[in-house]
Design a protein around this ligand. Structure first.
Ligand SMILES: [Zn+2]
Length: 261
């Protein structure tokens, strides 16, 4: 799996297609373990079947919260996504057209969806601390691809309550806003990380050179890291797999800081 950052809340995640594990729809091997990398027949969405050849594609591309570059003062992103998740309909998160093809599925509602062998669950939260009264709702997307579970938190604006946390256990990677002003800031971000205890947390939605929004710097977040927390500057993209993630023990979240140049 390759994770690329396009700045702000926009990540492009390229993974081996889980559907490569299917020889043909009729001969799906049934296994009881939900952890199995072989898909169960019941997990196949009829919409996937309709895609026919797409079963045998090599990779699958997920894009999160695309922006248009220009209105944020960042480089214009672009590519071809199989599916795009949109946490909320604000200008800096919902510019799907830069990654959209005629086959792209756009997911912008809460609930569970199986698509192309990927399980996506949208969890409704809020963009502020007053249950959406100021800035509306926000959707966290929890996505499982090839036994790696990633959560994109969009413009989360509050600490998570126990009912929300109960749905977020055993997470490998979270993408979390840290820039404050319009979202949670550094302190609450650390609180959320300590509650979820993902293997890796990736800060996003913070100030960058040229950014037109007055957000805090990533250093404001990093400076509050607990003692012993490992911080890795990973560059523009990072390649990972299940084995690499398993070397990061649960309970001691590692921070990956991406760069845009
Ligand atoms: Zn935003």
């Amino acid at each position: 799996m390759l994770i690329k950052w396009h700045g702000h809340s926009c990540f492009e995640i390229i993974a081996k297609s889980p559907l490569n594990n299917l020889r043909e729809p009729e001969s799906v091997e049934l296994k009881n373990s939900p952890e199995s990398s072989i898909l169960r027949k019941s997990q196949i969405n009829p919409e996937d079947l309709a895609h026919g050849k797409s079963y045998f594609r090599k990779s699958i591309i997920w894009v999160t919260d695309p922006h248009d570059g220009k209105s944020l003062g960042l480089k214009k992103p672009g590519g071809q996504a199989d599916f795009i998740t949109i946490s909320h309909r604000h200008f800096d998160h919902d510019k799907a057209r830069f990654f959209k093809t005629e086959k792209t599925k756009i997911i912008h509602k809460p609930g569970r969806i199986h698509y192309l062998g990927v399980e996506t669950e949208g969890l409704e939260t809020f963009h502020d601390m007053s249950r959406g009264k100021e800035r509306g709702k926000n959707i966290l997307f929890s996505v499982s691809i090839n036994r790696i579970r990633l959560v994109h938190m969009g413009d989360l604006g509050h600490k998570l309550i126990p009912g929300e946390l109960a749905k977020l256990h055993n997470i490998d990677i979270i993408f979390i806003p840290v820039g404050g002003i319009f979202t949670i800031g550094p302190k609450v971000a650390w609180n959320v990380i300590s509650e979820i205890k993902p293997r890796v947390a990736v800060p996003m939605h913070y100030n960058l050179p040229g950014l037109s929004l007055p957000l805090k710097e990533v250093e404001d977040f990093l400076s509050l890291a607990p003692a012993g927390c490992q911080i890795e500057k990973v560059g523009k993209q990072k390649k990972i797999d299940r084995k690499i993630l398993d070397t990061h023990g649960v309970g001691s979240t590692k921070i990956w800081v991406f760069s845009i140049s």
